[in-house]
Design a protein around this ligand. Structure first.
Ligand SMILES: Nc1ncnc2c1ncn2[C@@H]1O[C@H](COP(=O)(O)OP(=O)(O)OP(=O)(O)O)[C@@H](O)[C@H]1O
Ligand SMILES: [Mg+2]
Length: 237
């Protein structure tokens, strides 16, 4: 299933967008203990589209959250853009995430009181960026590509699941993150919209040199990726 579509990374920059070594994560204790990650070694190459597959509960979301600095592993190291995330305190980690990482959550995480447009612009506002006409135009163009331009004035509760998902994708892309994590980004989309979203992600890898890591259960969706990693019971299969 490996296809070579990615551009070679520019000379002088590390080939690696991110990597983990010996990553372990255990939830709960005693009888209720769950070994979500049992020692993961993984390198994510810059400018590639990687799909992570595997059964429900195999640790895909946990791995992505640790890679993105949203959750802390119990053991092992996470390196993103040459920085060991374990060396950053909470504030530094927040800034680092804002500057390098975009995340599309399995459950969207849109803010209910904000409109779609306000949700899309939120990462920029949080980063202290001035929202000028060019920025608004970019948000609109992203929404257009993702097919939600006509829903920008609506709140999440007034959008379908698929529309919320597309707003969440636009929100993750608005900062042009070098590294985009997307947890089941097409889980709630019909096959046509799903193909459009996947094509958009693939283009942003090929044309903008972005690195995309996507969890999916769908073999067709994984077919858009350059590399496919399969997880099984907290390990890379
Ligand atoms: N906050 C938590 N507390 C306790 N257990 C958790 C927590 N989060 C995840 N787990 C457990 O860790 C394991 C891995 O969960 P994870 O969400 O990473 O799986 P997944 O591969 O993303 O599954 P899915 O495909 O269903 O989204 C599962 O057994 C899950 O029940
Ligand atoms: Mg998951």
């Amino acid at each position: 299933m490996t296809r070579t579509l990615g551009n070679p990374p520019p000379a002088g920059r590390s080939m690696l967008a991110a990597g983990v070594r010996g990553l372990t994560k255990t939830y709960g204790r005693g009888e209720a203990q769950v070994h979500a990650l049992r020692g993961i070694d993984l390198d994510l190459r810059r400018g590639r589209f990687t799909a992570i597959m595997g059964p429900s509960g195999s640790g895909k979301s946990t791995l992505m959250h640790c890679l993105a600095g949203l959750d802390q592993a119990d053991g092992g190291t996470v390196t993103v853009a040459g920085t060991d995330l374990g060396s950053l305190d909470d504030d530094a980690l927040t800034v680092f995430r804002r500057e390098h990482v975009g995340f599309v959550f399995q459950s969207f995480n849109l803010l209910p009181m904000l409109t779609a447009a306000q949700n899309i612009l939120l990462p920029l506002e949080l980063g202290g960026a001035r929202i000028d006409d060019a920025t608004t135009a970019r948000a609109h163009a992203l929404a257009e590509t993702l097919g939600v331009a006509d829903r920008l004035g609506h709140r999440p509760a007034e959008l379908s699941g698929g529309q919320q998902q597309r707003v969440a994708i636009a929100r993750a892309l608005i900062t042009r993150p070098a590294l985009l994590f997307a947890d089941e980004p097409t889980g709630n989309l019909d096959s046509t919209t799903s193909a459009e979203v996947l094509e958009h992600l693939r283009r942003s890898v090929r044309e903008l040199g972005q690195t995309v890591v996507m969890v999916t259960h769908d073999r067709d969706a994984a077919g858009y990726a350059d590399d496919v990693v399969t997880m099984q019971d907290g390990r890379i299969a």
